[in-house]
Design a protein around this ligand. Structure first.
Ligand code: SAH
Length: 341
């Protein structure tokens, strides 16, 4: 059975065969513009509502919901139809409301410091499973309006391009999210970046760099052995030229691993020609990686070095660390394994 956001418009037309034609628009707009579940579409006759609710069951079943930061951050753990589990994080800021969505159950990229990577890969998420995370967040954000979507949850978005891109265009075209407020984050899947450069919708691109010399990056981010820094820089340059967007570089600050003066110099050499903005994220603790995050003083010092080298850098506030909702901590499968024991 399709989930509501797997449905293409023509399929909805078929499903509503025999109903007055205006029902198609009503249901489509309800799903997308108001993020409504079929059972909440009160403008429909009760019998139709019930039929749609049965024909289009939700893709996500809530396993748990936790809040942190005085209610400003919510993390959901979802179970999918086959029992796979993923997480979604909603964050309220004074000037925006952002949801961080998962694109895969688990992840095959195996970055050493990332909890999802430590747990391994389960499967690709479908378009409907990705979009429904946003719809749930839209409902939960009310009365505020969800403004931003970051594809920075579990999984590597560009390793699931064929479902992620349709999800992006649905969020933009049907749900009214502006391309400027959609951000794909990649570990550096070069063919995916090149494909993205050929799309007509200019979304933001964030590259999880973490090291700007190949020896260190090979050890932190294994995909670097396949797509080393020189290739990555070329693909990023192509994206920046094609999209006109400023590139973001993510850098998880790891004590004595990538927070030294030489690291700042190498990072500046990579970032400056691309005109990239650097986000420094203090490393969040994960069970499989013993090294600790850089101290606040070292993070500040690193930022100052980058600024002195002509690179814009900001330190990203950590949200939800106490409910394991912070960057790199999403790991439903690990929790599951621990529970199973
Ligand atoms: N696979 C994509 C998106 C998911 S990870 C990517 O790699 O970009 C989202 C961000 O969290 C990435 O920048 C990732 O490198 C970072 N991250 C992973 N583990 C982390 C940790 N333990 N502490 C801080 N950031 C981490």
């Amino acid at each position: 059975m399709p989930a509501p956001y797997d449905l293409q418009r023509e399929e909805l037309v078929q499903l509503l065969d025999g109903e007055p034609a205006f029902r198609v628009r009503q249901v489509w707009d309800g799903l997308h513009q108001r993020a409504q579940r079929p059972e909440d579409m009160t403008e429909l006759p009760a019998a139709l509502r019930a039929r749609l609710a049965e024909a289009l069951p939700p893709a996500l079943t809530e396993v748990s919901r936790q809040t942190a930061d005085q209610g400003e951050t919510t993390k959901w753990l979802w179970s999918l139809h086959d029992g796979a589990q993923v997480e979604t994080v909603l964050m309220h800021y004074p000037d925006r409301v952002t949801v961080c969505v998962s694109t895969q159950a688990g992840c095959a990229m195996a970055c050493s410091f990332c909890a999802t990577g430590q747990a391994g890969f389960q499967r690709q998420l479908r378009e409907g499973e990705i979009v429904e995370q946003v719809a749930v967040a839209m409902r939960a954000a009310q009365p505020r309006r969800l403004s931003n979507v970051v594809f920075m949850g579990m999984g590597e978005p560009l390793a699931n391009y064929d479902r992620v891109w349709p999800a992006v265009t649905r969020l933009h075209g049907e749900m009214g999210l502006s391309a400027r407020h959609l951000t794909l984050s990649t570990v550096g899947v070069v063919p995916g970046i090149r494909r993205l450069a050929a799309e007509s919708l200019p979304v933001n691109l964030a590259v999880s760099l973490h090291a700007a010399n190949d020896t260190l990056r090979d050890s932190l981010v294994p995909i670097n052995r396949r797509y080393p820094l020189a290739l990555l820089a070329e693909a990023c340059d192509e994206y920046v030229r094609a999209s006109g967007r400023r590139l973001s570089i993510e850098w998880a600050m790891i004590h004595d691993v990538n927070d030294r003066g030489s690291d700042a110099t190498e990072l500046a050499q990579f970032a400056r020609p691309l005109g990239a903005h650097v986000n420094l994220i203090p490393l969040n603790p994960t069970p499989g990686y013993a090294v600790r995050g850089s101290s606040p003083a070292r993070v500040r010092n690193f930022r100052d070095q980058l600024e002195a080298l002509g690179v814009n850098a900001t330190v990203r506030m950590t949200r939800g660390a106490d409910i394991d909702a912070a960057c790199g901590q999403l790991a439903a499968a690990v929790t599951l394994r621990k529970a199973a024991g």
